[in-house]
Design a protein around this ligand. Sequence first.
Ligand SMILES: [Zn+2]
Ligand SMILES: [Zn+2]
Length: 237
Amino acid sequence: MVLTSLWNIGFPAVCSGCRRPLPQSEGSAFCAACLAEVAYICSPLCVRCGAELSRDGGGGDRWCGSCLKNHPAFDFARSLVWYREPASSLLLKLKFHADTRTVGGLLQLIRAAPGRIEGGPYDLIVPVPLHPSRLRSRGLNQALILAGLLFGDWRGKIEPAVLIRVENSVPQTRLSGASRRTNLKKAFAVNARFDVVNRSICIVDDVYTTGTTVSECAKTLKRGGARRIDVWTFARA
Ligand SMILES: [Zn+2]
Ligand SMILES: [Zn+2]
């Protein structure tokens, strides 16, 4: 299993951010300058979708305007870091170059995050699937790797085959707004091998951008009878 072999990877010899040489004794995947650049997501946040809110509104977590207007299909979404350097480069290398040397750095950022993983316990942890043809061309599903890193203690609950990608949609990054939603309309189905009825499920993805992808996953699982859907992504754009 790919995941198992990833856990004991040591730290790289160069900084995972700026690629400058790194003394192995540091016990870090990043130099001090790159580590200082990491932007963690902090309260006040929308209690539902995890969007960052203005500190003027009283400081506490509360509903954002968008969630008040249209309740999202998921019950709760949170992310750990903003999609900026050095986190963004790590994700790009993992996603498009199947570069598993990024795992040490990703795990370091996850462990240092001030916002701990809340929610759960979950019956199932479901990484957003890639279409089989894209999985073949990329070599790995970054959402599955991140599910293992985020939920290391609950690895037995990770089930990458619960959702099936039923259409090879155009990459979401090439589309915007309405066309993203149409593109994803029929993109997911629940694998008949799994019983999701009344289950509490956590969906995992690499980046939360508009929330369209995870919302479609959540709708599909809720149509299948799931009771609660939380979403965790490593980063938020
Ligand atoms: Zn650096
Ligand atoms: Zn919200």
